[in-house]
Structure formats: C-alpha cells, structure tokens
Design a protein around this ligand. Structure first.
Ligand code: NAD
Ligand code: UDP
Length: 319
C-alpha cells in the first residue's frame, strides 16, 4: 500500500485530497496545526484504519515514522484575510515549512508536490497567464508575504530537483471553491454567500471590474492527482478558464440565493490583481486534464453546503 503525507490536511483543499487518496487506496497521513483549518473537515476519516493525523506546525522540524511514497505540501494560509492577519507564519510555512518537507522527501526518497498559486503572477501584465510568465509582484506590499513565500517555495523546490535529483511537482492553483471553505475566511465566494444567507448587502471591493476564474474543487483535485502521477517537474496551471468580473459574479450570487439585498462598494485592497485567467494548455497537453464542472453547477453544490451549516457558524463575522 502506498503511503502519502498531506500537509494542510484539515484545510479546504487538503481535506478533499485526503478523501481522494483514501478512495484511491492509499495510507494517508494528514498533518496540520489548525491555524486556519478545522478538524471537522476530516473527522469522518478518523475511524479509518488507513488514516493518521499529526497535529504539528510544519515550519518546525517534521518527522514521520515509516516509509513515504508521496508528500503533498498544502499547509499555508490561503485567503488574503488570513495571510494579512498572520504574515510571519505565512512566510515561514512557505519557506521554512517547504524546506523541512523537501528534506523529509529526500530522506524518505519520496516524490513531493507543492501547492503554488496564481499569485506568483501577482497583478499580471500578461493575459491569460501562461506558466512562462514571470509575474508582477510587489515584494513589500501586504500580499507580498504570500506571493513571495510561494515564489521562494517554487525556487527551493526546483533547486532540490536540480541539485539533489529529487522528484518534484509544482501546481499553480487558480481560485478554487467548494464545500468546506470557511464561511468567514474572507474569500469572495464564502463572503458573498454568507452575506446573502445573513441578509446583508454584498460587498464588492473596487468597481467590480476585476476578474477571476473559479475552479470547482473536484476538478482541482483531479488535476493535482494527475500531476502528482505524471513525470513533469515544471509548474503547471490548474484552474478553470471561465473568467468573470466580480460584479457579474455578485449578480449571479443574487440570482442563485434569491437574496433581496443590494450590492455595496468598498475600496479595492492594495495590489488586488485586476485580471486573472489561467492558460491551461499545458495541463491539457501533459495531463489530459481540463475543468469539467461549470460555475452554475459548482456554485449550486457550494450553496447547498453553506446552507446546511449550523446557524452559529453562519453568524460568525469575517475575522
Ligand atoms: P486552508 O486555509 O483551508 O487550508 C490550509 C491548511 O494549512 C489549514 O488547515 C491550516 O491550518 C494549515 N496550516 C497553515 N499553516 C500551517 C503550518 N505551519 N503547519 C501545519 N499546518 C498549517 O486553505 P486552502 O484553500 O485549502 O489552501 C491550501 C493550499 O493551496 C495552500 O498552500 C494555498 O496556498 C494553496 N492554494 C489554494 C488556492 C485556493 O483557491 N483554494 C489557490 C491557490 C493556492
Ligand atoms: N472581493 C470582493 N468582495 C469581498 C471579497 C472579495 O469584491 O467581499 C474581491 C477581491 O477584492 C478580489 C476578488 O473578489 O478582487 C477575489 O477575492 P478572493 O479573496 O476570493 O481571492 P484572490 O483575491 O486571492 O483571488
């Protein structure tokens, strides 16, 4: 039986990855310090013989007994609200945490996949973003703590690949959504749905003309799974190219939820990217992958999930 370590296991993507690897017949070791995650996301796995969980901060030395075939490093705050609130931990988990896991992968002779992000492109000057684009990041801006941690993460991963011959994979994840996102994590989808469910106005930052391209979690997990098992060591974009302005997206949420609330406008956060759309040619060619779940289908499933949460959860304000 193959053994896989997944960091960030109690988070949104990490928990879905745990489910997928369990389903594929792996022994799954989850690790998380619960700084932005929640054990509720993986509590259904605790009864399984082939699931283990370590409560640990991966920015500190990481040790796991026994063999490992694969490591997926997903630990990191991922929403702007989170990484603005815990900037040093964000820098540390992308740098020190990644270094620790690369070291562990070397000792265990394991293949490692690291979770990078479309944020390495910053506020992009090339559209759509191809993997060849070097990006446009403000190193000292408030988002820089996340973007630069992830850029360093990619660099050290390639250095381990080139210098130590380690088997490495880099996924550049574009905005992904679905059940188990934290309702108060500040990202636009939980923010808008939470506002609609609480009967509050929907808050658009800026004029709403900025764009994003939203990928449903099942598609993202499939792309990551295929990349891990591929033999391609360079970064691959995984995302849904269906691009929409935040204003049009807010209108879609109003229709989906039937809310009678209106849209209100707040200032655009500093360095908020104006356009984002993945070029997924590489994913198609190398992995035979493309997003399958439409935004309307994915958003219905996501809305159902948020509606099913206990009321106390719903009433928690964005922190
Ligand atoms: P999330 O906040 O739901 O999950 C992150 C998990 O990592 C949490 O459970 C948190 O407790 C854990 N964690 C953070 N620091 C840790 C540390 N030092 N030690 C151990 N655990 C730690 O976020 P997510 O959306 O699931 O994102 C997961 C990964 O995917 C992140 O690396 C993120 O940068 C990347 N990513 C996500 C998206 C997206 O749209 N969801 C986009 C691009 C990149
Ligand atoms: N956004 C918004 N209202 C909100 C939360 C976010 O208009 O209540 C905007 C945000 O400024 C950004 C887009 O929605 O332009 C996506 O934000 P998110 O935090 O989800 O992801 P990221 O900026 O990291 O892509």
């Amino acid at each position: 039986m193959k053994r896989v370590l997944i960091t960030g296991a109690a988070g949104f993507l990490g928990s879905h990855l745990c489910d997928r690897f369990i389903k594929e017949g792996y022994h799954v070791i989850g690790m998380d310090n619960l700084i932005t995650g929640d054990l509720k996301n993986i509590e259904h796995l605790f009864k399984l013989e082939h699931f283990e969980f370590y409560h640990h901060d991966v920015s500190k030395f990481v040790y796991v007994p026994g063999e490992l075939d694969y490591i997926l490093h997903f630990a990191s705050p991922a929403s702007p609200i989170d990484y603005l609130k815990i900037p040093i931990q964000t820098l540390k988990v992308g740098s020190l945490g990644t270094h620790n896991l690369l070291g562990l992968a070397r000792v265990k002779k394991a293949r490692i996949l690291i979770a990078s992000t479309s944020e390495v492109y910053g506020d992009p000057l090339v559209h759509p973003q191809t993997e060849e684009y070097y990006g446009n990041v403000n190193t000292i801006g408030p988002r820089g703590v996340y973007d630069e941690a992830k850029r360093f993460q990619e660099s050290i991963t390639m250095a381990y690949h080139r210098f130590h011959g380690l088997e490495t994979r880099i996924v550049r994840i574009f905005n992904t959504y679905g059940p188990r996102m934290r309702l108060n994590d500040g990202r636009v989808i939980p923010a808008f749905i939470g506002q609609a469910l609480r009967g509050e106005d929907l808050t658009i930052f800026g004029d709403g003309m900025q764009t994003r391209s939203f990928c449903y979690v099942d598609d993202q997990v499939e792309g990551i799974y295929r990349l891990l098992l591929s033999d391609y060591a360079y970064p691959v974009n995984i995302g849904n190219p269906d691009e929409i302005t935040i204003k049009d997206f807010a209108e879609e949420i109003i229709k989906l939820t039937g809310t009678e609330q209106k849209i209100v406008y707040h200032p655009l956060p500093e360095n908020d990217p104006l356009q984002r759309q993945p070029d997924t040619t590489k994913a198609k060619e190398i992995l035979g992958w493309e997003a399958k779940v439409s935004r309307s289908e994915g958003m219905k499933l996501t809305y159902e999930y948020f509606k099913s949460l206990p009321k106390e959860e719903l009433l928690k304000e964005a922190h």
